[in-house]
Design a protein around this ligand. Structure first.
Ligand SMILES: NC(=O)c1ccc[n+]([C@@H]2O[C@H](COP(=O)([O-])OP(=O)(O)OC[C@H]3O[C@@H](n4cnc5c(N)ncnc54)[C@H](OP(=O)(O)O)[C@@H]3O)[C@@H](O)[C@H]2O)c1
Length: 330
């Protein structure tokens, strides 16, 4: 594989952002096709990028020219759609949250391994250059030993999107939608295996979490407190505390700058703006893996996805929240 040919499964908000990103990249492969449940919707999307339109997802996965499919459907459908891609020999980049639960995630990574295909969660945050700079800052001991990570994030969708974001049938709610960012970044900074997770949630009118609060405790006594919510706007701000100061992350899920404030009074900001919109780095990583025939990214590993899914499973079990798609067949 020298030039990577992409397909996009679904035509929603984030599928549009992804298409726009890949079409602006000059050092990457080509977007060849898009699929929607409706041919009219697919045509509308395809016309903008001069690509092929398919009126079913099945038709997209049967296109022999496509190497890799970006899945941007709702959470509850990721498992079914990733299976469809893998069963038809397609590599997969699947939006976060990767699946609804860890069991589904494990089944997908096992299937991909069996089929010798690449699969990765599109946890784009982990590929951002600003996080490489942050890791370097931490490793250089600028704020000493890490003691605590605090993150909060809330957004307020409008119109039909509001109900969709909470819909239990789509595995809606704050945790799978944006809590995954807070947990994923806490894991990146403090580790993927906290000793304990304590959590609580407010379950809203749709039966999914409109607000959740998660505390993590690590073996080395570091802690994290994460709050995510849908329905009220809370800036995605995080602070990483250490024994010699702290670092403010003004937008932890889309990090482009952070400010170090040391206990000795030193204060400075590190900036690393996106080339396009931040999605370019996960696209490049996917292509790098495919070209070098790697079935798994070493940056965002299958285990990283499984570990975060397990933390989310634990939180939901604390709240007694399950989704209809998890019900045992009758
Ligand atoms: N990385 C990020 O920054 C980011 C941001 C937002 C969302 N996301 C993730 O991206 C995924 C999609 O989110 P989104 O905000 O783009 O959602 P969205 O706007 O609701 O779009 C979802 C698309 O999925 C398809 N779909 C298939 N079955 C569906 C069903 N039963 N109900 C509704 N849609 C269905 C539809 O496309 P067709 O009608 O064309 O089939 C729809 O346009 C989620 O996993 C979400 O967490 C990521």
């Amino acid at each position: 594989m020298t030039q990577i040919n992409w397909g996009i499964l679904s035509t929603g908000t984030i599928a549009k952002k992804f298409a726009s990103t890949i079409s602006q990249l000059t050092d990457c492969g080509k977007l060849l096709a898009v699929a929607s449940r409706s041919l009219a919707t697919a045509n509308q999307f395809a016309n903008e990028y001069n690509i092929k339109a398919y009126g079913t997802y099945q038709d997209l996965v049967r296109d022999p020219k496509i190497d890799v499919i970006y899945i941007a459907s709702p959470h509850s459908l990721h498992y079914e759609h990733a299976r469809l891609c893998l069963e038809n020999g397609k590599n997969v980049l699947c939006e976060k949250s990767f699946t609804v639960n860890a069991a589904q995630a494990a089944a997908l990574t096992q299937l991909a391994a069996k089929k010798k295909l690449f699969i990765m969660e599109a946890f784009w945050t982990k590929f951002l250059p600003a996080y490489q700079l942050l890791n370097k800052t931490i490793a250089e001991g600028e704020i000493g030993e890490l003691t605590h990570f605090r993150a909060q994030y809330g957004f307020a969708p409008t119109g039909a999107r509001y109900a969709r974001k909470f819909d239990p049938a789509l595995a809606g709610g704050a945790l799978l939608d944006i809590g995954v960012y807070a947990l994923g970044v806490a894991a990146m900074l403090l580790g993927y295996h906290p000793k304990h997770l304590y959590s609580s949630a407010i379950i809203g009118e749709y039966g999914t979490d409109k607000f959740n609060s998660i505390m993590l405790e690590y073996e080395n006594q570091a802690t994290a407190h994460l709050i995510t919510t849908i329905g009220s706007i809370i800036d995605p701000q995080a602070v990483l505390f250490g024994t010699k100061g702290h670092i403010v992350l003004p937008n932890f899920s889309a990090l482009q700058e952070f400010t170090i404030e040391k206990s000795d009074g030193t204060r400075y900001t590190v900036e690393s703006p996106f080339e396009i919109n931040g999605f370019e780095y996960q696209i490049r990583e996917t292509e790098k893996c495919l070209i070098s025939q790697k079935l798994e990214s070493t940056i965002m590993t299958h285990q990283n996805t499984l570990d975060v899914m397990r933390l989310m499973d634990k939180a939901r079990s604390d709240w007694g929240l399950t989704f209809p798609c998890e019900a045992a067949p009758a």
